[in-house]
Design a protein around this ligand. Structure first.
Ligand code: MTE
Length: 319
C-alpha cells in the first residue's frame, strides 16, 4: 500500500490542506522506504533488539461458527509472518520481528459517543462473549489473500450491550497509540493512531466479528492482539488491529488510509473485482501459498450476506 513515487501524484488530486499535508508526509515516508527502511535494512537499529512476538496460548470455550469457508486454510506460519501492521514497520516481516514489545495486559476497550450505556470493557470481560471459530477469507487491497480460522465474537453483541442512540449512524475504531511499544509510530507514515470505521448496518451484520484469536490460540501480537476487527467482505485494511476505543458517531468518521491517500482508499473499501485500484487491477489475487492467481470474488465471496447493504449505491464512486 505504501510505495508511492512522488511522480505518481498529480497536484490536481490534492483537495484540502489537511490532506495535502498528509500527502507530503506520505511521500516523505515512501522516500525513506526507497532508502532502505522498507526493506528492513535500517530497522534493527531503529527498533532495537526486541523479542519475537509472545508464545502462543490456547483459547478455551469457543464453538464452530457459521459462515465458514471449507477452502484450505493458510498455514499458521504464513498468517503470522506475512503481515501489515505499520505500527511495527512497513516490511511484511516486521510485525512478527518487532511486535514482541506490545503489552496486551492490562487492556481495556472504551466505548463512548452516541450510546445510552457508555462503558469501558476489560479484555477479560470481552473474552467471555460467545466466542466462535469463523474461517474467513482475508483479501488485502494489495491483491493477495489468505484463509484464516479466526476466533471472535459478533460485534453486534457489544453494540447491543451499550444501547446506541438514534443518532448513532457510524462506528469509529481507534487503535493503540504508544510509540514506546509501537516504534513505527515514531515515523509519520500514517496519521496515528490507526483509525477505521463502519456504517452501523455493516457493524451489525453477523459476518462482522471482533477477533481475539486464530488457529485455536490467543491472537498473536502481529495479527492485532489482544482484539481486532474482522470484516471479511472488505479489503484487509478495514480490519483494524489492537483496538482501544469504539466511538459511536453521527457522521462518517475519518479513516487512516483514506486520510493518507483519499483517491486510492475510500470509506467503504468493499472487495470489488470491477473497481480497480488507481495503480493496479483488483480483478485477481494471489492466495498466499498458491502458484496461480485466482479471480477475485465480489464482496470477497460474501455477496449473499452483504450485497443488500449497498443496494442503490454506486460502488464505483463510493469505493
Ligand atoms: N491495523 C493497524 N492498527 N495497523 C495496520 O497497519 N494494517 C491493515 C489491517 N489492520 C493495519 C491494521 C492491513 S493493510 C491488513 S491487510 C490487515 O490488517 C492484515 O491483517 P493480518 O496481518 O492479520 O493478515
Amino acid at each position: 500500500m505504501l510505495i508511492r513515487k512522488p511522480d505518481d501524484i498529480k497536484s490536481s488530486e490534492i483537495t484540502d490542506k489537511k490532506r495535502y499535508l498528509n500527502r507530503r508526509r506520505f511521500i516523505q515516508a515512501a522516500g525513506l522506504g526507497a532508502a532502505g527502511i522498507g526493506s528492513g535494512l535500517l530497522l534493527p537499529a531503529m527498533f532495537g533488539n526486541m523479542d519475537e512476538a509472545h508464545a502462543a496460548k490456547k483459547l478455551e470455550g469457543f464453538t464452530k461458527g457459521k459462515f465458514g469457508t471449507d477452502e484450505p486454510q493458510t498455514p499458521l506460519k504464513d498468517i503470522t509472518s506475512y503481515n501489515n501492521f505499520y505500527e511495527f514497520g512497513t516490511d511484511k516481516g516486521d510485525p512478527k520481528r518487532h511486535s514482541g514489545s506490545l503489552k496486551t495486559r492490562p487492556w481495556t476497550v472504551e466505548v463512548e459517543g452516541e450510546v445510552n450505556k457508555p462503558r469501558t470493557f476489560d479484555i477479560e470481560e470481552l473474552l467471555k462473549m460467545p466466542l466462535e471459530e469463523r474461517v474467513y477469507r482475508l483479501r488485502c487491497v494489495e491483491a493477495w489473500s489468505m484463509v484464516i480460522p479466526w476466533i471472535g465474537f459478533e460485534l453486534s453483541h457489544l453494540i447491543k450491550a451499550v444501547e446506541p442512540t438514534n443518532n448513532a449512524k457510524y462506528i469509529q475504531f481507534v487503535t493503540l497509540f504508544d510509540p514506546e511499544q509501537m516504534p513505527g509510530q515514531r515515523r509519520g507514515i500514517l496519521d496515528w493512531p490507526y483509525v477505521e470505521g463502519l456504517r452501523m448496518d455493516e457493524a451489525m451484520n453477523p459476518l462482522t466479528i471482533m477477533g481475539v484469536g486464530l488457529y485455536g490460540e490467543v491472537m498473536p501480537n502481529q495479527n492485532g492482539a489482544p482484539i481486532r476487527l474482522v470484516v471479511p467482505w472488505k479489503y484487509g485494511f478495514k480490519s483494524a488491529k489492537s483496538i482501544v476505543k469504539i466511538r459511536f458517531v453521527e457522521e462518517e468518521p475519518p479513516t487512516a488510509w483514506n486520510m493518507a491517500a483519499p483517491q486510492e482508499y475510500g470509506f467503504y473499501s468493499n472487495v470489488n473485482p470491477t473497481v480497480n485500484h488507481p495503480r493496479w487491477s483488483q480483478a485477481s489475487e494471489r492466495r498466499i501459498g498458491d502458484f496461480f492467481r485466482r479471480k477475485t470474488l465480489m464482496f470477497n465471496g460474501y455477496e449473499e450476506q452483504v450485497a443488500h447493504l449497498y443496494k442503490g449505491m454506486d460502488l464505483k464512486k463510493l469505493y
